[in-house]
Ligand binder design. Structure first.
Ligand code: SAM
Length: 225
């Protein structure tokens, strides 16, 4: 059974997609989608030998060699023109790493209509990248599994602008402000507060950091009350 986290990512893959799952590890996500009849074909990309071999093994075990191709490659290098990939999933990495993978492989995005990204931290980096590269969020989800909180960001092409607070917290997540969202941001604010409290020696650097954190705290507190 797929984790709730990957199930949420899977729920945004359009039926009949030609999918590339980058950093696929065991290829659980494409295997699940293939069994559900949700994808036409998929590439599972891995840059590390161990996880690549796990992916190959899993695809074989599930008898899905005809619909899933596993490739050992760095980021979007796993995608070839002839694959006609229209949907990309990248899950379980930090936001900045996800951004660097997409940025490095920009030329592979020509036919891609949807990006489904699940940053473990710093989702903000993805929202900034989207605004600067003419992609826009069409939905977001926040969920909790095994005491960890995850965000899933769904992007399609389009131009938008987000306010500072939307970039930080997520425009769709802000509309909802569900309990997990409030838990996440209360815990962030508490961490920033602890740092501010510890920055008592007023060197110039620390004063700057302190002011920056105080600004963040009031920005976020304005939203979560
Ligand atoms: N996507 C799976 C998930 O969400 O459960 C696996 C997540 S795992 C924590 C991250 C995987 O990304 C690792 O297997 C790692 O080898 C792979 N990875 C990291 N950087 C990569 C890159 N530039 N290209 C392809 N794979 C990469």
């Amino acid at each position: 059974k797929l984790s709730k986290r990957l199930e949420t990512v899977a729920s945004y893959v359009p039926k009949g997609s030609r999918l590339a799952d980058i950093g696929s590890d065991h290829a659980y996500l494409p295997c699940y989608l293939a069994h559900q009849g949700m994808i036409d074909r998929a590439i599972a990309g891995e840059v590390v030998k161990g996880p690549y071999e796990s992916a190959v093994k899993e695809v074989k075990k599930e008898g899905l060699q005809n619909s899933i191709v596993v490739r050992l490659a760095d980021g979007l290098d796993a995608i070839r023109e002839s694959d006609q990939i229209d949907t990309i999933t990248i899950a379980g990495m930090g936001g900045p790493l996800i951004v660097s993978i997409i940025e490095k492989g920009k030329t592979k995005l020509t036919n891609v209509q949807r990006l489904i990204l699940q940053p473990n931290v710093h989702a903000k980096a993805i929202r900034e990248w989207a605004v600067n590269n003419e992609w826009k969020l069409i939905d977001e989800k926040i969920l909790k599994e095994d005491r960890k909180i995850y965000e899933v960001l769904v992007l399609e092409r389009g131009t938008v602008n987000y306010s500072d607070v939307e970039t930080l917290m997520g425009p769709f997540l802000l509309k909802d402000k569900n309990l997990i969202f409030l838990e996440k941001w209360n815990s962030e604010v508490n961490q920033w507060r602890r740092i501010v409290d510890s920055l008592n020696l007023a060197t110039e650097d620390q004063t700057m950091r302190k002011e920056e954190l105080e600004k963040l705290i009031s920005l976020v507190e304005g939203e979560i009350g």
